[in-house]
Design a protein around this ligand. Structure first.
Ligand code: TXA
Ligand code: MG
Length: 353
């Protein structure tokens, strides 16, 4: 892939002035020309391209090095726009849009035939749609006047980017531009929920919790592959290893004292050990690199910092990374899903004596 000059714009997030920002217009003009541009959403940075164009879609897959069988989420600037790209929108789907859009919920619907690029949908009959809750994302999509396909703006396999710097680290020279709107808020991607059947099925846990979805629409299932690694996931993207730093990650289940003893054992063998911990436990440990990832008192803070911390380990020379683990309640389900992938499902457990 030939190197290109990546444009860089900085915007601040004041909603009222955004649409007139020349930076937003320039980014939108590039999207209209089927170039690909990264912008912030409330979850992670997305790499946007015209969802109606094979040319734009192919550029997204090439820039990321993304497998062709992994479809993209289409980003919309309004709820009404869903009817432009999807058909047979059920009452449940409508309720979910009313309850959570704009926001970190992606809904799988039957697609409008002959409209979207087949590269975007990876040839499926369904389409993933969401309306992001971020003034910069909404302004760019609206100014482009197009449905915008946007996967997370990382190289395939890397943790998703939660800052413009992360995007630059991965994609500088490979994309037309980056709109820097500061750090993202939620920190993990949107929840993906399949609304093509009788009851909604969560295919990827994310920013909106199962508990919140059930409160809005009642019974909700979770794709069996999320709890059973032997099963084939319904969301193509969920089968790939992801979010992985360069050093191997291990999920540590046990007391702080036991985790410290495991760290000591590795260090005695000459290994440099990194530890992903939380504010509560930070001062307890001794290791080569200790990075706090939010507070156990509020798992949203853990989600917010998770990818930044996973990426930060790559700037160190640790040989292995031990990570504390979290409950799977609320946003904990998304956190543990991403950590499991980062660790390739490697756990070390304190055996009861
Ligand atoms: O928060 C997010 O969702 C971010 C921001 C940028 O919006 N985007 C994001 O996109 O995470 P990406 O491409 O990294 O993940 C999209 C996920 C993948 O797991 C993909 O397989 C799934 O959505 N997906 C897309 N279309 C689908 C479909 N028709 N059926 C099932 N899963 C689908
Ligand atoms: Mg991604």
């Amino acid at each position: 892939m030939s190197e290109m000059q990546t444009k860089y714009w900085h915007v601040d997030n004041r909603v009222d002035v955004l649409k007139t920002y020349p930076q937003v217009k320039e980014a939108a003009d590039l999207l209209k020309k089927n170039e690909v541009v990264a912008f912030p959403t409330e979850t992670v940075y997305g790499l946007g391209g015209n969802a109606l164009s094979d040319e734009a879609a192919a550029k997204i897959f090439a820039a990321k090095g993304r497998p062709a069988d992994n479809p993209l989420i289409i980003h919309l600037a309004s709820k009404q726009q869903a009817a432009d790209v999807a058909v047979n929108i059920s009452e449940t789907a409508e309720k979910l849009m009313q309850a959570f859009w704009p926001g970190p919920l992606t809904i799988i619907l039957a697609k409008q035939p002959n409209k979207l690029s087949d590269i975007v949908t990876a040839g499926l009959e369904t389409v993933a749609v969401r309306m992001p809750d971020h003034p910069v994302a909404l302004a760019v999509i609206q100014a482009a006047g197009l449905p915008i396909a946007a996967p997370s703006a990382n190289r395939s396999g890397k943790p998703s980017p939660t800052s413009a710097k992360h995007v630059q680290d991965d994609l500088d020279g490979r994309i037309a531009g980056i709109v820097d709107g500061g750090e993202t808020g939620v920190g993990v991607e949107s929840t993906v929920v399949d609304c093509t059947g009788e009851i909604p099925v969560i295919l990827r846990p994310g920013g909106i919790t199962k508990e919140e979805i059930e409160a809005a629409v009642g019974e909700t299932a979770i794709d069996a592959a999320l709890t059973d690694t032997q099963k084939q996931p319904k969301s193509p993207g969920m089968k790939y290893t992801h979010y992985a730093p360069d050093a191997p990650v291990y999920l540590m289940e046990g007391s702080k004292e036991w985790i410290q003893s495991q760290v000591n054992r590795e260090r005695q063998q000459g290994k440099k050990v990194g530890l992903l911990t939380t504010e509560e436990n930070l001062s307890f440990y001794e290791a080569d690199v200790i990075l706090p990832c939010g507070s156990r008192k509020d798992l949203k803070t853990v989600a917010h910092s998770l990818y930044d911390v996973l990426r930060a380990f790559n700037e160190t020379d640790v040989d292995i990374i031990y990570s504390e683990t979290f409950s799977t309640e609320g946003v904990g389900l998304a956190i543990m899903n991403r950590l499991e992938k980062a660790a390739g499902h490697r756990w070390i457990r304190e055996t009861s004596k």
